[in-house]
Design a protein around this ligand. Structure first.
Ligand code: SF4
Ligand code: SF4
Ligand code: SF4
Length: 179
């Protein structure tokens, strides 16, 4: 990135921060609220995201997997912001959302690619003694293995947060949670 681009980026972030604090000026000691939902891949940290995101919906419109939507949260500052929902689909990290974001709220340089991780929310079929390794087979990163306890163990150093394992878990006990 050139110095000129970096200066432009910094000015953009500074003016967005100022606009954010003018609109949502938190009281002293008040914490900026965070969404209970994961953000789109490559989202920057919460406070900066809320400052920069203009709710233009371009990330949502560009997503070919239709896994981005608007938050239904009631708080004004969170309502309508883009969130990632892997309940009925997965993300292949095509990058169309980050490339579409004109505001820097999604950023390959400053953001975090993985916004979700898989978690067990109940008794897995394998743990109950039934044969199943669908999640292990579905994982493109070989991040899942079965240990002596017969539960799927997820290696988070390999996991991309794509959601394929949760999609293939037919008992729906493997769910994607906010990272
Ligand atoms: S990386 Fe691609 S599939 Fe994943 S949320 Fe962004 S646009 Fe959708
Ligand atoms: S494209 Fe960027 S600015 Fe627009 S809604 Fe998505 S995250 Fe917000
Ligand atoms: S979220 Fe994707 S990479 Fe992570 S364990 Fe599941 S299938 Fe593998």
């Amino acid at each position: 990135m050139s110095d000129i681009q970096r200066t432009d980026d910094e000015q953009l972030i500074s003016s967005a921060r100022r606009a954010f604090f003018r609109r949502f000026a938190p009281e002293p000691e008040q914490v900026v609220p965070n969404s209970r939902y994961p953000r789109p891949p490559w989202a920057v940290d919460n406070t900066l995201f809320l400052a920069l995101c203009t709710q233009c919906d371009q990330c949502i419109d560009q997503c070919p997997m239709r896994v981005l939507g608007r938050s239904d949260e009631k708080e004004e500052i969170l309502s309508g912001r883009p969130v990632l929902d892997l309940s009925y689909g997965s993300c292949d990290f095509c990058g169309q959302c980050v490339d579409a974001c004109p505001a820097g709220a999604l950023s390959r340089e400053k953001g975090k690619k993985r916004q979700t991780i898989p978690q067990l929310s109940g008794s897995c079929q394998a743990e109950l003694g039934l044969y199943c390794n669908l999640c292990e087979e579905a994982c493109p990163e070989q991040a899942i293995s079965f240990g002596a306890d017969k539960k799927p163990a997820i290696d988070l150093s390999l996991c991309s947060g794509c959601g394929e394992c949760a999609m293939d878990c037919y008992s729906r006990v493997l769910v994607m949670a906010k990272a």
